[in-house]
Ligand binder design. Structure first.
Ligand code: HC0
Ligand code: SF4
Length: 562
């Protein structure tokens, strides 16, 4: 707690960890490339350098605020200094901005404009590096890397994967996976969190847009979309709609307008997941099956277990993810020649997640030899498609998803926040569905920002220990607790991205903007507004079980292992 003077104005600070945070609190947008509030301080770019009253320069990100400090953030000297840093960075940077995926949203491009860099006096003597396209999820372009180290720290500190590192020294320094392997050959889980924090176009989403446009053009193809829970609270940002508010109705109409024949809600199959996973869980508890049961809907988490904790592979639920279930069911639905009407079916899922692009290539994402989901597009790609089609998204009329796979309970929709799967499962397991019971369930301990949440519930006279985790790095701690005998869990829900899918690696990102809490609140609001709250009450799902899934649940809704 104290007061400092910033550019002649008194600014109070309380628990801010560094001077940069105090400056930002004062409403001054001092530039940085390598500062990320969720990551450790790296201090590499020096752009946040400020000057004190004696003319001493220091990086504000790594300076602890002190009472009585006097600093200046935009002196002539600082402007010159920052401009030079950006010019030097541009000197070693591929500058085909108009062709870059990050154009319009690149921190370096923005800084060059803000600081008035009009020419680059240095020649780029670096040899051009090949792109790394080995991952299904992301593409790495080393020629656009500014060595801020954000991706390296995100991968290590948030995800505990360490697929990326900084190799060599000085002008040779490069970000790469160990032994310069392709990311797709490493333990990378495809989560895209490195892309979220990358300020330039060095790490971008692997796009599948063109293939989807081709399918939409083909009159002999029925193109079906499914929309993941978390997409609806992020898609509107780019069109000036209130952040975190659901724009599901507009997404549905935009997809119809672009030519999608049917638009379904992944929340529908999240309801299916609730039924299947709850049954599997109770079966394991009652019949001595492998416990704890670990959720299977997050493909980054599944790969994390397979790569790093293979002894626990059989703990993962055999349920396909909701994405997998919906695609398998819809494809099977249209295998009936009468329904197919001579058309082939292409399934496109719109997900907040880059790892879902990898999930659809897993051998267990195929049914009858056919890939269930043909293409996964992230929310970021959805926004691009809408813009490219010239659709006035903000002013569109809302439309409902189509039947028979368009209805979802609130429980199915909150899958997109950490703890949501657990909450939906508990809503199903607790017999009463009244408002008070649902409120009581929401207070069991699965909600909130804590990285590892543990709580115990009583179910039919037995204590059930539940653990809810987001951020894969925290999963290491959960395995440690289990191995040390410090914890005896029955059910573990893990979502790779901190906060759950709302913060997935495919969501639109804007540097310096924190949207986790508004997106989380947005999905809880969607739940509140849902006509039905509990998966069991989804009448269309019940109908599917009664009239279609007989004898097919294993084939369409489960996996043969990982
Ligand atoms: Fe998620 Fe899902 S909740 S993983 O975050 O379970 O991507 O939104 O679609 O499949 O439903 C992502 C989000 C999904 C799936 C669902 C689950
Ligand atoms: Fe690491 Fe995720 Fe990026 Fe892979 S996608 S390098 S796991 S942060």
């Amino acid at each position: 707690m104290g007061i400092m003077t910033i550019d002649g104005r008194k600014v109070e600070f309380t628990d801010e960890k560094n001077v940069l945070s105090v400056i930002r609190k004062a409403g001054i947008n001092v530039p940085t490339l390598c500062y990320q509030p969720e990551l450790s301080i790296y201090g590499a770019c020096r752009l946040c350098t400020v000057e004190d009253e004696r003319g001493k320069l220091f990086a504000s990100c790594s300076e602890i605020p002190r009472d009585g400090m006097v600093i200046y953030t935009n002196t002539k000297r600082l402007k010159k200094y920052r401009k030079m840093i950006v010019e030097l960075l541009l000197g070693a940077h591929c500058r085909d901005c108009t062709l870059c995926d990050k154009s319009g949203n690149c921190v370096l491009q923005d800084l060059a404009y803000r600081l008035g860099v009009k020419e680059v006096r240095y020649e780029n003597t670096k040899e051009e590096q090949p792109l790394d396209c080995s991952s299904y999820s992301i593409i790495r372009d080393p020629n656009k890397c500014v060595l801020c180290g954000n991706c390296v720290r995100a991968c290590r500190e948030l995800q505990g994967v360490e697929a990326l590192g900084i190799a060599f020294r000085g002008t040779e320094a490069t970000v790469m996976p160990a032994f310069n392997k392709g990311l797709g050959e490493t333990m990378c889980v495809g989560c895209g969190q490195c892309r979220v924090v990358c300020p330039t176009g060095a790490i971008t989403i692997r796009s599948d847009i063109d293939a989807v446009w081709d399918a939409l053009e083909d009159p002999d193809t029925r193109v079906i979309a499914q929309i993941a829970p978390a997409v609806r609270v992020a898609a509107g940002d780019a069109f000036g709609l209130p952040k975190g508010k659901s724009s599901m109705g507009k997404v549905v109409s935009a997809l119809h307008q672009m030519g999608f024949d049917e638009v379904y809600d992944t929340g529908f199959s999240a309801d299916l997941t609730v039924m299947e996973e709850s049954a599997e869980f109770l079966n394991r508890v009652k019949n001595g099956g492998k416990l704890p049961l670990m959720t299977s809907c997050c493909p980054a988490w599944v790969k994390f277990v397979v790569d790093q904790y293979p002894d626990y592979k059989d703990n993962i639920s055999t349920c396909r993810s909701p994405q997998g279930m919906l695609s398998a069911v819809a494809k099977e639905w249209y295998r009936d020649p009468e329904r197919a009407e001579g058309k082939r079916t292409v399934m496109v899922s719109f997900m907040p997640c880059t790892a879902k692009k990898m999930e659809i290539k897993r051998p267990n994402s195929f049914t009858k030899g056919e890939q269930d989901t043909d293409h996964v597009l992230t929310t970021t790609e959805l926004v691009r498609m809408i813009k490219s089609a010239g659709i006035d998204f903000a002013n569109m009329e809302c439309e409902e998803p189509d039947i028979p796979f368009g209805m979802a309970s609130g429980g199915g929709k909150i899958f997109g926040v950490t703890g949501g799967v657990t909450e939906a499962v508990l809503r199903h397991l607790v017999p009463a569905h009244d408002t008070e019971t649902l409120k009581a369930i929401s207070e069991f301990g699965m909600r909130g920002e804590e990285a590892i949440k543990e709580f115990t519930i009583q179910y039919e006279g037995t204590d059930i220990n539940i653990c809810v985790v987001s951020g894969l790095a925290n999963a290491h701690e959960v395995f440690r607790r289990m191995k040390a005998g410090e914890a005896n869990y029955h059910l573990i829900e893990v979502m790779a991205c901190k906060g759950g899918c709302v913060m997935g690696g495919g969501q639109p990102v804007k540097a310096g903007e924190c949207v986790k809490s508004v997106r989380t609140e947005g999905l809880y609001e969607v739940d509140t507004e849902s006509a039905i709250k509990v998966s069991d009450d989804n009448a269309d799902m019940e109908k599917l079980y009664a009239e279609f899934l007989n004898g097919k649940t294993h084939e369409l809704l489960h996996n043969e292992g990982y």
